[in-house]
Design a protein around this ligand. Structure first.
Ligand SMILES: C[S@@+](CC[C@H](N)C(=O)[O-])C[C@H]1O[C@@H](n2cnc3c(N)ncnc32)[C@H](O)[C@@H]1O
Length: 228
């Protein structure tokens, strides 16, 4: 949200909005209009149910981000997890071209992504934080320790443990930082910046800095801020 900057008065699209968590947060921060899109009808139904329960004047639509029917419409495109669902550079390019096309000149795209540089040796270190990451690639089979040595398109599964002990798996695909950056630049973005996580004062107050320090030192996820 900090990378999105001041959003009051902006026309915003929340891509892969899920059940609308960030869509609602952005609306509550004073955006002029916001459209939430997600390819999953189930997710959009949850978002619509919440909109009915507590109306915020948010529009939601079931749509694949690759097929956005928008040209130069938005000041800000926001996505909490999106690019990491592309299985290869071609699929990624269909997403990033569509996002770039939907933005006004000078518009901004902000997103969260799996950190491509996260080494496999770190994948198990998040158990006490409620998740682990998994891949079928053996660390010994790759040349170095860095995540960037994982072959392009390799599935990376996030296994989340919910408070009741139930586990859910979410499959992402590994694409290197270089592939992601080059694809964004080729799609019409003039500037691509990667940002490591920062710990908010509220999080420090609630859990203490030591709880969050591993996310800063060796981030399992990372943020992108791109300018058209
Ligand atoms: C981990 S959820 C994140 C939801 C929300 N952005 C959040 O952070 O709370 C990822 C969402 O991406 C959606 N998604 C994946 N690929 C998509 C695509 N090509 N077009 C639209 N939605 C997509 C999935 O349906 C899922 O709801």
């Amino acid at each position: 949200m900090q990378l999105a900057g001041p959003v009051a008065g902006l026309n915003v699209i929340d891509l892969a909005c899920g059940e609308g968590h960030f869509t609602r947060l952005l609306k509550q921060r004073g955006v002029s209009s916001i459209l939430g899109v997600d390819v999953s009808e189930g997710m959009i139904n949850l978002a619509l149910a919440e909109e009915q329960r507590c109306p915020l004047d948010i529009e939601y639509r079931v749509e694949d981000v690759c097929n956005l029917d928008a040209e130069g419409e938005y000041d800000l495109a926001f996505a909490g997890w999106l690019l990491n669902y592309a299985k290869d550079a071609q699929q990624l390019s269909r997403i990033t071209q569509s996002v770039a096309r939907s933005l006004k000149p000078g518009g901004k795209f902000v997103t969260t992504n799996t950190n491509p540089d996260d080494p496999i040796s770190n994948f198990q270190m998040w158990k006490s934080h409620g998740f682990t990451k998994h891949t079928s690639i053996k660390e010994s089979s790759i040349t170095g320790q860095a995540g960037s040595d994982i072959p392009e398109g390799t599935p990376v599964v996030w296994r989340l443990t919910l408070p009741q002990g139930k586990q859910i798996d979410i499959t992402n695909y590994h694409l290197s930082k270089q592939t992601v950056t080059n694809t964004l630049l080729k799609s019409g973005f003039r500037e691509v910046n990667w940002h490591r996580p920062r710990v908010s004062p509220i999080a420090i107050q609630t859990d203490g800095y030591d709880h969050w320090k591993p996310f800063v030192d060796s981030p399992p996820f990372i943020f992108l801020e791109c300018h058209k």
